[in-house]
Design a protein around this ligand. Structure first.
Ligand code: KG4
Ligand code: ZN
Length: 343
């Protein structure tokens, strides 16, 4: 089965061709970082316009690199949400147009499900059930995954996502956007124990996250030093901030594994590209005899390979989406359950 995946939920226009759910024939990503960088964050209107410019060449490149044409495709998979609606609509409308003209079925994929299933793009794959942590610029959530399509949310962030906290701290420090990769690099030269930034554990068994207090604490630390004209070490600050995020993410996802007696944990989303998080989770997993799976670095951040893969599983269950379906900004995967479930 040959699937074309399309992703345009935020600031990456991406297309990928996947054969039989296991062979990635192409994975093209056009990043708009340079467009949004001067503003310190994604500007929705600019993002939609760039997606419009990029979608055709990106899809064309993905098909060419894969050595296939539209006529060879068995299905289309596109990110339907969550994300910026104006951006999502570009990918969704483009996909619907191909579907209508060529008579190829399509499925709308939830972006979070795409991230969550991304470890299956690798050779070493997790067994069900497993606990998944998705940590990205828009989401920090923990799920119990019983099959490729049976996914139960267990916890989510109550305010900022982990990647958002990295980006906001980057902005406070005047670093280039997005802050995550820059902070991660700067942290390599710093002491993670230098500044005792707070960790928000919430209620004892809560699997929810909260990162806004940490971000405020970093902002206060910086402004107090600036007011007194007192120097401070940016690498130490980056390492200490990163350690606070990593510790909470690791402990909560392992807590979920313990609570549900599950011995497999996966990590995905843009923040999963963080090397300290990867190492810390692998080490803690080894100590507790929990198998850890995570995609390679380029499959952690936004891409269309994960959307094509999720699409493959939907098609395998004979699920398709109708042409009158809309994009959505908030994931239905996260809405039906109450925050107090684990309090
Ligand atoms: O999954 P993604 O590409 O887009 C969303 O779905 O949000 O994630 C982007 C997020 C950004 O917040 C970025 O700063 C963060 O992932 N990120 C990182 C690293 N690489 C990307 N955060 C920490 N360390 C990194 N190495
Ligand atoms: Zn993402």
């Amino acid at each position: 089965m040959l699937i074309l995946g399309i992703e345009s939920s935020c600031d990456e226009t991406a297309a990928a061709v996947l054969r039989d759910g296991n062979t990635l024939l192409s994975n093209v990503i056009n990043s708009q970082v340079a467009v949004h960088s001067p503003y310190g964050g994604v500007v929705p209107e600019l993002a939609s316009r760039k997606h419009l410019e990029n979608i055709y060449p990106v899809v064309d490149a993905a098909l060419t690199q894969a050595g296939v044409t539209l006529d060879d495709l068995d299905g289309l998979a596109v990110t339907q949400g969550p994300g910026l609606v104006g951006s999502l609509l570009v990918g969704l409308s483009f996909t619907k147009a191909i579907s209508a003209v060529k008579g190829i079925p399509y499925v709308g994929v939830d972006h979070i499900v795409g991230h969550l299933l991304s470890p299956f793009l690798e050779k070493e794959q997790p067994n069900f059930p497993y606990i998944a942590l998705v940590a990205s610029g828009g989401h920090s959530s923990i799920f119990l995954v019983n099959s490729h399509t049976a996914i139960q949310p267990l916890g989510r962030t109550r305010d900022d996502a982990a990647g958002e906290a990295f980006d906001k701290v980057g902005k406070i420090l005047g670093l280039e956007y997005p802050g995550g990769p820059v902070i991660s690099r700067l942290a390599e030269g710093g002491n993670p124990a230098a500044i005792p930034f707070p960790r928000a554990w919430l209620a004892p068994n809560s699997l929810d996250f909260s990162f806004s207090g940490l971000k405020t604490s970093v902002a206060n630390y910086v402004s107090q030093h600036q007011q007194k004209n007192a120097p401070f070490s940016i690498p130490d600050l980056c390492a200490s901030f990163q350690e606070a995020v990593v510790e909470v993410l690791c402990k909560k996802v392992l807590k979920a594994a313990q609570m549900y007696q599950i011995s497999t944990v996966t990590l995905a989303g843009g923040v999963a590209a963080n090397s300290r998080l990867r190492t810390a989770l692998l080490n803690l997993g080894a100590e507790r005899k929990i198998e850890i799976f995570m995609p390679s670095l380029e499959l952690c951040t936004d891409n269309a390979a994960m959307i094509a893969l999720a699409g493959f599983y939907y098609f395998s269950e004979k699920s398709t989406t109708s042409l009158d379906t809309d994009a959505y900004s908030r994931s239905p995967l996260l809405s039906p359950w109450s925050v107090s479930m684990h309090n």
